[in-house]
Design a protein around this ligand. Structure first.
Ligand SMILES: [Zn+2]
Ligand SMILES: [Zn+2]
Length: 111
């Protein structure tokens, strides 16, 4: 008997380069965590129910509307989907457009 079964681990974390369809910036993968939003305009896409599962069919643009402080000097970006209106939160990445984050922080949209 010569049976080799290779079971691939199931990753739901997707860290891939993509082109932002809001501002056109080519966004490189982050490598330390899943890159899920544009580093320039901070916009994301409503494709997940849970992070990385790509199970949502909305595909609306998630627009950053507020910034929340997170542990270890990190931030969470609060998003609202321009299509279905859902509120989502994503962790900010360390090379995100911090000037834009400050701008949103000083003038957040109400939830
Ligand atoms: Zn962008
Ligand atoms: Zn949506």
């Amino acid at each position: 008997m010569n049976e080799f079964t290779h079971k691939k681990p199931k990753f739901t974390m997707i860290d891939e380069a993509f082109k932002c369809n809001v501002c056109g910036t080519k966004v490189e993968p982050l490598e330390y965590t899943a890159r899920d939003h544009c580093l320039k305009c901070l916009c994301s896409k409503h494709v997940d129910n849970n992070p990385g599962d790509r199970a949502n069919k909305c595909h609306g643009v998630l627009k950053p509307i507020a910034i929340e402080p997170h542990k270890n000097d990190n931030y969470k970006i609060v998003y609202r989907c321009t299509k279905c209106g859902i509120i989502k939160r994503n962790k900010a990445a360390n090379n995100d457009n911090f000037n834009l984050m400050l701008k949103i922080m000083s003038n957040p949209e109400s939830l």
